[in-house]
Design a binder for this molecule. Structure first.
Ligand code: AHR
Length: 328
């Protein structure tokens, strides 16, 4: 009897120590607006949930800033060990992120950066270089047109923007507009938000096809909007990828399929796979290593129908050659 009691006590002790030693990582995600976002959620969720000794507390804010603010305050109340954060828009985070700092919970920024990043403390930031991605989109269109002997012809360009006020939108728009100046034959005739979703991308393209005389090039700030636009273009009796050149962003699997099928021309990569940075960073922090505002922009590519378009910082790769190796 005594032995049994000792065994039970030992077990309770072991379980308590295990619970006490658990590392709790909270993740405030924006929502599920795109294939990119789904890949990003899956990547981080599975890496954290499958890591021995780690526990994930996940919150999907359904595209609402107020939900994200509430989630961050809940994480503070729960006294989690780390917070992963990406903001639906870039402004309005000062107060709540200062509260995270005051609670001394290490903050890791991923994907979209808040405007207040230089006024708060964070351990590390992993995200796309959105201005460069936007530049690459327009430069690809300009260089591609040159490569097919159309470099001196005026062409009508529309820019379909992401969620207004998201750093992925403001950065890509900045890059798009700056690069347009290098290609004076690319004439901007439309610029509107499709909110990073397929349905809104389709609706915006439908309205452009009715209201604009001619569209030659679509620059869509993500692939989901490009894919929605393809549906609208087909429904209007036009041929996507031929009558209208389509440049997306993200490089999700569905965009590769559309390029290989000849319905889309190019996608500029923005990787959603951040667990390969987040996991080693938290492991190192757990061992006592110190980080301060380390910023990492992952290496990214550009994928198109034939490859070989030189964009200065990168040369495009033929999508069909690498489609089987893609992870998302
Ligand atoms: O912040 C990254 C962007 O957000 C991706 O390009 C887009 O697809 C996503 O919704």
């Amino acid at each position: 009897m005594k032995k049994l009691l000792a065994l039970a006590l030992g077990l309770v002790l072991v379980l308590n120590v295990a619970a006490w030693a658990e590392v709790v990582i909270a993740f405030s995600q924006i929502g599920q607006e795109s294939d990119w976002r789904t890949a990003n959620t899956d990547d981080l969720k599975s890496a954290i949930e499958n890591h021995p000794g780690w526990k994930l507390v996940y919150d999907d804010a359904q595209q609402k800033q107020e939900n994200q603010i509430k989630a961050l305050r809940n994480f503070i109340t729960q006294d989690v060990n780390y917070i992963l954060f990406t903001g639906v828009v870039s402004t309005g985070w000062d107060e709540v992120l200062k509260e995270v700092n005051e609670a001394e919970i290490p903050l890791l920024l991923i994907d979209r950066m808040p405007d207040c990043a230089d006024k708060i403390e964070y351990v590390a930031a992993f995200g796309g270089d959105f201005v460069e991605e936007g530049r690459r989109q327009v430069a690809w269109a300009g260089e591609y047109l040159k490569s097919i002997g159309m470099g001196d012809k005026d062409v009508n360009v529309v820019i379909m923007e992401g969620t207004t006020g998201a750093s992925a939108q403001t950065g890509r728009t900045e890059g798009n507009l700056k690069a347009l100046k290098d290609y004076p034959h690319l004439k901007l005739v439309g610029q509107q938000s499709g909110n990073f979703t397929r349905a809104e991308g389709q609706a915006v393209m439908e309205s452009w096809l009715k209201s604009l005389d001619k569209i030659d090039v679509l620059i869509a700030q993500n692939d989901d909007m490009a894919l929605g636009a393809i549906d609208a273009i087909k429904a209007a009796g036009k041929v996507p990828g031929k009558d209208i050149i389509i440049v997306g962003c993200d490089s999700v699997k569905a965009a590769f399929d559309a390029i290989v099928a000849g319905e889309m021309n190019c996608t500029v990569e923005c990787t959603p796979l951040y667990s390969r940075f987040v996991v080693p960073t938290i492991e190192a922090l757990e061992k006592g290593e110190k980080f301060s505002k380390t910023v990492v922009h992952p290496e990214e590519g550009v994928f198109d129908t034939n490859g070989g378009i030189d964009l200065g910082t990168v040369k495009s790769t033929k999508a069909a050659d690498v489609i089987s190796t893609r992870q998302y």
